[in-house]
Write a protein that binds this ligand. Structure first.
Ligand SMILES: *Cc1c(COP(=O)(O)O)cnc(C)c1O
Length: 380
């Protein structure tokens, strides 16, 4: 039997909620289930306001509008990330300025950020890779000294924390993804967390096609009209109904994922100590959400051999990302401080193992057994 890289987890309550949404007769956005989901996000993260969006990409695009990115404005971010982190700003004419990552967490290296700041810098976008926090105290301190906005790409980071604070709730804005490859899902889906209260009113307008419709519904204005730029960033109620079923099991989903993660971590301990590979490193002040389990092998050839060995056993392991600064579009539209050697190295060594919740059976034991015996047998 083939073990796929990912399989979406279903709680069993998704269709019940969707039938409920259907019978309520309100299927556009911001109905019953959207309200439940946003209230849950506000309660569990402590953010000022949570707005559901149809993807994390959409939340990042809203953040770029709220940050008032104008052509030529610079936005500091890692190159080791998904394209949407950069694209959202490039859409507004912004210039991504790529900074190298830390070798331990693979997150943006906070010590390199200040050298990337110019008079055109508007924002810093830390990406919490694998649900492990960036060094947020330092990043917030740099941002406040230079009067920059911090937008957390917390796509992978729901239920993760830094010094006890939920990721996505620390910067001025935070963006979550509920794509089916993430921990809590609705197929496509996302949320914008607004922590800076001064951005809430405009965020509601931008999300509602540039109108003050929300104020109208609250009775704060007597007609609703076009007041700003915007787009349609809200998901319908069917999506929110699905998502609500997942949110209600967020604790269970996270703890089950953590058990698999811990099993993997233990299984590869000896090989790590022996220097055959490197396992993920989680700083003491970070609580992660077991979004992914990865291994860092010795080099790209070692990784290719590992992936084909696993494929021969019908186990699908994958790698990512092509560093954005090395992509054709990224090198034309962005700027990097250096060759970003850590980014290039890690992106060629990293491999991700399947991590998903099976109905029954513990497929990950089989994976670690096959992987460890291959790695033990293959000489350096
Ligand atoms: C998944 C992901 C996104 C995009 O999320 P969508 O909901 O698919 O738009 C953005 N950034 C990072 C780091 C991601 O992992």
């Amino acid at each position: 039997m083939i073990i796929p890289f990912n399989r979406p987890y279903l709680t069993g309550n998704e269709l019940i909620n969707i039938a409920d949404a259907h019978s309520r007769g309100q299927l556009a956005g911001d109905g019953h289930f959207t309200k439940l989901c946003s209230a849950w996000l506000e309660q569990c993260t402590g953010c000022n306001k949570a707005l559901l969006t149809h993807s994390c990409t959409a939340a990042l695009e809203m953040a770029a509008i709220l940050a008032d990115i104008k052509p030529g404005d610079e936005v500091i971010m890692p190159s080791y990330t998904f394209v949407s982190t950069a694209n959202a700003f490039v859409l507004r004419g912004g210039v991504p300025v790529f900074v190298d990552i830390r070798p331990d967490t693979l997150n943006i290296d906070e010590n390199l950020i200040e050298a990337a700041i110019t008079p055109r810098t508007k924002a810093i976008v830390p990406v919490h890779y694998a649900g492990v926090a960036c060094e947020m105290d330092r990043i917030m301190e740099i941002a406040s000294r230079h009067n920059l906005l911090v937008i957390e790409d917390a796509a992978q980071a729901i239920m993760s924390s830094y010094k006890g604070r939920a990721l996505g709730s620390i910067g001025h804005l935070g963006c979550y993804s509920f794509h089916e490859t993430k921990n809590i899902i609705s197929g496509e889906g996302g949320a914008l967390l607004i922590n800076d209260p001064t951005l809430v009113e405009r965020a509601e307008i931008v999300r509602e096609k540039g109108t003050n419709r929300n104020k109208f519904f609250r009775g704060q204005v007597d007609k609703y009209t076009w007041v700003d730029i915007g787009s349609s960033y809200l998901p319908g109620e069917i999506t929110a109904a699905f998502l609500w079923a997942q949110m209600q099991q967020a604790e269970i989903i996270t703890s089950r994922r953590l058990l698999i993660w811990e099993d993997y971590h233990l299984a590869f301990k000896k090989l790590d100590e022996f220097g055959r590979l490197r396992r993920p490193i989680t700083p003491l002040n970070c609580k992660h959400n077991a979004h992914m389990y990865y291994l860092l092998l010795n080099d790209i050839a070692d990784r290719s051999k590992f992936i084909s060995a696993m494929n021969q056993h019908q186990i699908n392991c994958v790698f990512h990302y092509v560093p954005l600064h090395s992509s054709s579009f990224g090198s034309l539209n962005g700027r990097s401080l250096s060759d970003l050697p850590v980014t290039l190295e890690m992106s060629s060594r990293l491999v991700r193992l399947p991590l998903w919740l099976a109905k029954k059976g513990e497929f990950h034991h089989k994976i670690s057994k096959i992987a460890t015996s291959y790695l033990n047998a293959s000489s350096l």
